[in-house]
Every structure is written in C-alpha cells, then in structure tokens.
Ligand binder design. Structure first.
Ligand SMILES: [Zn+2]
Length: 135
C-alpha cells in the first residue's frame, strides 16, 4: 500500500470558506496516530486538518481542529506554533505532567470548551483564545 492510498481528502471545504472565510483541507490518514504514537487522532496544520480514518466522522473532533485553524490564521501560523510550544512549556513546569500541561494551553482550552458548540465558529471573535488564558 503506497503513501497516496493512505491519504484521502475527505472534504474540500468551500462551504467553510464562504461561511467562515477559512479554507482548510480535511485529510483522512492513518499516518497521524502512527507519528504521534497514538497520542493524536486529529491535528491542525494550516491549511490541513489531519484526522485518523476511524475518527473522521466525529463532529466534535473536526470542530476542535477547525478552531485551531482559526487560531493559526489569526496568528499568521508560525507564531501560533511558537506560542503553543511556549505555553506548553510553562504549563508543564506548572503541572508537572504532559496531559495537564496540554489541556491547559489557552488554545486547547478554547477548542475543548467550544468543540460541542455547533454555531461557535460563526460568531467567534478574533483572538478568542486569549479569554481562556489563565495564570
Ligand atoms: Zn487541540
């Protein structure tokens, strides 16, 4: 089985572009969980959302990753990753474990809090993640 046969483009989200002015390609791939040692079933790497095939239909996961796409865009992508890593480091120092550190990153706090809120992306204001920052 070649690499290409494992990469399936699920959704070219023209609809999302019209509604949210955001274009992202959702790619269903089994490589993601392999490369993250089973840690991640979804990941937003603008302009792509990578999802595990078995999780691809889970709306809350897709919504979670779409929120990350919006965060990445408003921070011009690269600064998002730098801030993500920086806050992860601070939280890791604070909590002393990987899972609490990850869950308490502002970007993740927004994504987890709103992943079940269907209309959230429609009315979301820029930099909304900043309201989820806690010291
Ligand atoms: Zn996340």
């Amino acid at each position: 089985m070649g690499l290409l046969s494992r990469l399936v483009i699920l959704d070219f989200s023209v609809y999302d572009f019209l509604i949210y002015r955001t274009l992202a390609f959702i790619i269903k791939t089994s490589l993601l969980s392999k490369f993250t040692f089973g840690f991640a079933n979804g990941m937003a790497l603008y302009p792509f959302i990578l999802v595990s095939p078995e999780e691809a239909e889970r709306a809350t996961l897709i919504q979670h990753e779409k929120i990350h796409i919006k965060q990445q865009l408003e921070l011009l992508v690269i600064p998002f990753y730098l801030m993500y890593i920086l806050e992860f480091s601070i939280r890791f120092y604070q909590y002393g474990n990987w899972d609490d550190a990850y869950r308490n990153i502002s970007f993740e706090r927004e994504a987890y809090a709103q992943e079940n809120n269907e209309g959230y992306l429609m009315g979301r204001k820029r930099f909304s993640w900043s309201a989820y920052f806690k010291s």
